[in-house]
Every structure is written in C-alpha cells, then in structure tokens.
Design a protein around this ligand. Structure first.
Ligand code: ACO
Length: 311
C-alpha cells in the first residue's frame, strides 16, 4: 500500500541510506530533485559562457590551456547532471526546453558580466569556492545518482577554485595596475557569490523539506557563514579587501559577522533583469540551434546501428 511504501522510504532516509532510481519515492521528493538537479545542470552549462568568452583573450598559453580545461569540465558536469536527472523520469529535451523558454532557473551568479581578466580569478576563487562549499554536503544527498555525481564534480571544482586563486595571486604579486584590476574584480563578485547560497533561511521556501529529506544537509545561511569564514583568511593572504564594512570576527559566535546583502538585487536577477540574463539565454539558444546537425547525425547513426546496417 501507499502507506507502507512511504514508511519504507522514510526508514531509508532515517537510516541515511540512499534512494535509488528504481525505489518508490514520494512524488514531491521526485519533483524537488528534478527542480534542484536540473537547475544545477543548467547552471553548469550557462556557467561556461563568462569564461568561455575569455579563452581567446587569455594572457598566456598556460592560462588558455587551463581555462579551456575548466570550461570543458563544466560542460561535463552539466551533461553528467542531466543524465542523473533523467533517472527521475524527465528527458533531456524537456529540461533543455525549460531552459530555452526561460521557465527554468539557473544560478543567479551567471547573470553578471565578466569584463576583466581578473574576473577569471574571482570566478574561480569566489564562485567556484562558493559552489564547493554548497556542493560538498550534496555528496551525501539522499538520492544516490545526485550524491555520486557530486563526488567527482567537487574534485574538479576544487581544481577550479585553486586556479582562480592563483590567477588573483599572480595579479596581486604584479604591478599596481594589476593589483587594482584584481581588487576591482573582487569588489564586484563578493556579494553576488554570497547570494549563490540562496535567500536567507527565513525566506527559503524549500529548505526545511529538503533538509528533512536529507537532500540538503545544511541551510543556506549556515553554508554562507561557512564560506565567509573560509574566504576571509584567503583574502588576507591575497592582500585583497573584501568589500563589506561590517565584516569582522565575532569572538562570541566564533564566526565572522558580515553585512546584510542586497536581496532586492538577488530577486531582480532571478526575475530576469540582471546584467546578462538576456545575453546568456540568447547565446544558449543559438548554441542549441547551431548544434542541430550534431543531434541529427547522432540520431541517424543510432537508427542505422539499430537496424544493423552498419558498414
Ligand atoms: N540563483 C538562482 N536561483 C536561486 C538561487 C540562486 N543563487 N538560490 C535560490 N534560488 C531559487 C531556488 O531555486 C528557488 O526557486 P524555485 O523554488 O523556483 O526552484 C528559490 O530561489 C527559493 O530558494 P530556496 O527555497 O532556498 O531553494 P533551494 O532549497 O533549492 O536552495 C540552492 C537553493 C542552495 C541553490 C539549492 O538549490 C542547491 O544547493 N542547488 C545545487 C547547487 C547549484 O545549483 N549550484 C549551481 C551554481 S554552482 C556552479 O554551477 C559553478
């Protein structure tokens, strides 16, 4: 019966066991996973754009090779996550359609422009750093295919984070103009990176249920705090200033206090009025259209293979 299936599901969650694609699961659990995992996949794919845009302008062959590898990793993460999401009964075509029609969300962070080379450093250090802080706990997500996908993705993200840190370190060890370029970039990315963790707990409609299902293991605010605590000493090492006058160590809490973020800006970006929403979507749609011949060729090949008419 439905009740005994739910009891079995609840028991698996309580015992920290994994839910697998063939297991019975509540419809709302499936829906939440499709939502979060597809948004995550879309973020990886859209996230290729700000950095892909810099490949031809990377300042050295070494930087170009690193950047290309990183953008390729992101494509891999996206495809990997689409596959994991397909185990829940939605097709990749449906997910892409949601993205291309503007129905699907992807991370707010990718709706900011990356006009300077130092932004490649800030994206690696702050954006990928925030991504890791958010995703390491997701390695223990209750849904098996998601948790397992996260393990590999986190390993690659940690390389991404280090390469970004190293770009900023090189700039901070450089000329005054290079130092200014690094600082100006950190000034722009700091607050948007903190917003990546999502709205404050009190305004996060999904958190409570997702934590009860052990999809999310920590709340948005807890992870944001953990991230701030992590980057303050790194910023000191780099010699950059984090642009928040309220940022200071709180002895009683054992954490850094930090200022209120501009949540109006966050919601405006989600509604589509960020710097680059229209640009990102237009580029994604164009890439999809230009790739039509690849999908057609793959389909034709699969059909021919299926009818065993291969030469
Ligand atoms: N950008 C865009 N939308 C966001 C963001 C963000 N930074 N933060 C929250 N939202 C959306 C949520 O998707 C949700 O919208 P929906 O209900 O229409 O789907 C709404 O705001 C309310 O937020 P929450 O209730 O807090 O949503 P949730 O429990 O899903 O938590 C979070 C949001 C933390 C982002 C979660 O979905 C998550 O951990 N996702 C996986 C990580 C991920 O997607 N990372 C992508 C960026 S990292 C990268 O690709 C390099």
């Amino acid at each position: 019966s439905e009740a005994s299936k739910l009891a079995a599901f609840d028991a698996l969650i309580a015992e920290n066991q994994r839910i697998e694609p063939s297991d019975w699961m509540p419809e709302a659990y499936r829906k939440t996973l499709v939502r979060q995992m597809s948004q995550h996949a879309h973020s990886e794919i859209i996230g290729m754009q700000p950095e892909g845009n810099w490949i031809t302008r990377a300042p050295s062959l070494k930087r170009k090779a690193i950047l290309m590898a990183k953008v390729q990793d992101e494509a891999g993460h996206g495809l990997y996550l689409y596959s994991a999401t397909e185990t829940l009964g939605i097709t990749r075509d449906e997910m892409l359609d949601q993205l291309h029609t503007g129905k699907a969300k992807y991370s707010s962070i990718f709706n900011y422009l990356a006009p300077s080379w130092a932004d490649m450093g800030s994206i690696g250090w702050l954006v990928d750093g925030a991504a890791i802080a958010n995703q390491v706990p997701l390695c223990r997500a209750s849904y098996g295919p998601y948790g397992r996908a996260m393990v590999r993705i986190c390993k690659e993200e940690s390389f991404h984070q280090r390469q970004g840190f190293e770009i900023l370190l090189a700039l901070m060890n450089g000329t005054e103009a290079q130092q200014r370029m690094a600082q100006e970039s950190v000034d722009r990315w700091y607050a948007p990176a903190l917003m990546m963790f999502g709205p404050p707990d009190a305004e996060s409609p999904n958190s409570q249920q997702s934590m009860a299902w052990k999809i999310k293991r920590f709340s948005n605010d807890d992870l944001r705090q953990r991230f701030v605590d992590m980057i303050v000493p790194q910023a000191e090492f780099l010699g950059v200033t984090l642009p928040d006058p309220d940022l200071r160590w709180n002895e009683d809490r054992g954490h850094y206090d930090f200022g209120e973020l501009d949540w109006d800006e966050f919601y405006a970006v989600l509604r589509g009025s960020g710097q680059a929403n229209a640009l990102r979507l237009a580029k994604r749609r164009a890439a999809h259209d230009e790739g039509a011949w690849v999908r057609e060729a793959a389909r034709a090949y699969a059909e021919r293979a299926a009818s065993s008419e291969r030469l």
